[in-house]
Design a binder for this molecule. Structure first.
Ligand SMILES: Nc1ncnc2c1ncn2[C@@H]1O[C@H](COP(=O)(O)OP(=O)(O)OP(=O)(O)O)[C@@H](O)[C@H]1O
Ligand SMILES: [Mg+2]
Length: 302
């Protein structure tokens, strides 16, 4: 196994709201190794973007630590956001946007080469974002994120704002660049098939807590947590059309005062689940926070 590059330990992030503090991340621990692709999945509001922002130093943790073991510090971090229109300055040419990280770090960027690398033409450099398609804009954002040769590329739903036909091009671009350059990827998405395609390992978040993690194949084939099972069951497939989704009920809710965060929606919740929070436990790299993991002692006929 390669060495750890990003080590997050016991990370909590709170937001001050009029009604009191809102805990967006609760004791999250995860490791991304060199060259590894780790997926973060979970419904809207579970804390995915907050995690990315905390790693980038844009949110202040209320507990825990974030250790990024790149000898180059923040220079070794690249970021691709969901909406390329919002992440590129509309008044700047493409060339200026791509060269910006290098300028900040007092370096030179070969903008033409970077544009060619992401499948654009050098002549795109003199254009403005509004003169490009959504897919082209995301290619520009990727060229910028790769310009300083990151050790870790964080992608927060990088294809969610794009047409379906363009999404796979962008995914393939990220995967091809990773194969060529060898960086690690933290890939945030609620699109499970995409995450399975791209990631070695998956971390499942629910209301700011990690409820399950494991190698991609195993997690998809044998989910241990009822929430993971519910996410997988909600992926549309040809066979499922016309059927009601089985398993859990309702939408992401508010965090219960005690017990398992998923208990209010879990079809298997028992008294203990409502009173005592299950710890994340299991073997090396394969863990779930559940008192009755599926397939082990729990029901397997969801
Ligand atoms: N600046 C903020 N102030 C107050 N609450 C916030 C702030 N940013 C995020 N939150 C809250 O923290 C929780 C996690 O939000 P976050 O944006 O990290 O979720 P997400 O998993 O990225 O969701 P999505 O899939 O919709 O992008 C949500 O309840 C959100 O309302
Ligand atoms: Mg988000």
């Amino acid at each position: 196994m390669s060495e750890p590059l990003l080590v997050v330990r016991g990370l909590s992030v709170d937001f001050a709201l009029p009604g009191g503090a809102h805990r967006a991340l609760d004791s999250v621990s995860l490791t991304v190794r060199r060259g590894e692709t780790v997926g973060i999945v979970g419904e809207s509001g579970c804390g995915k973007t907050t995690l990315a922002r905390a790693i980038l130093g844009l949110e202040r943790p209320s507990a825990g630590s974030i250790e990024f073991r790149s000898p180059r510090g923040v220079e070794g971090l690249g970021m691709v956001w969901q909406d390329p229109s919002a992440s590129l300055d509309p008044r700047w040419t493409v060339a200026r946007s791509v060269a910006e990280p290098a300028r900040i770090h007092r370096k030179q960027a070969d903008v033409g080469a970077l544009l060619r690398e992401v499948g654009l033409d050098e002549s795109h450099g003199s254009r403005f974002p509004h003169e490009l398609s959504g897919g082209q804009r995301q290619r520009v954002a990727i060229a910028r994120a790769l310009s300083l040769r990151p050790d870790l590329l964080i992608c927060d739903e990088p294809t969610a704002a794009l047409d379906l036909s363009i999404q796979s091009q962008i995914l393939n671009l990220i995967r091809d660049e990773q194969r060529k350059l060898g960086f690690s990827v933290l890939y945030i998405s609620h699109d499970l098939p995409t995450v399975r395609f791209l990631c070695d390992r998956i971390v499942v978040l629910y209301l700011g807590r990690i409820v399950e993690e494991g190698p991609s194949g195993d997690l998809f084939e044998h989910p241990l947590h009822p929430y993971t099972r519910m996410l997988l069951d909600s992926v549309p497939s040809v066979e499922k059309v016309g059927q009601l989704p089985p398993g859990g009920v309702g939408e992401i809710g508010s965090r219960p005062d005690r017990g398992c965060v998923f208990a209010p929606r879990c079809p298997y919740a028992e008294d203990r689940c409502r009173s005592e929070a299950p710890p994340l436990r299991g073997g090396q790299g394969r863990q779930a926070a559940c008192w009755k993991p599926l397939g082990a002692t729990g029901p397997s006929d969801v």
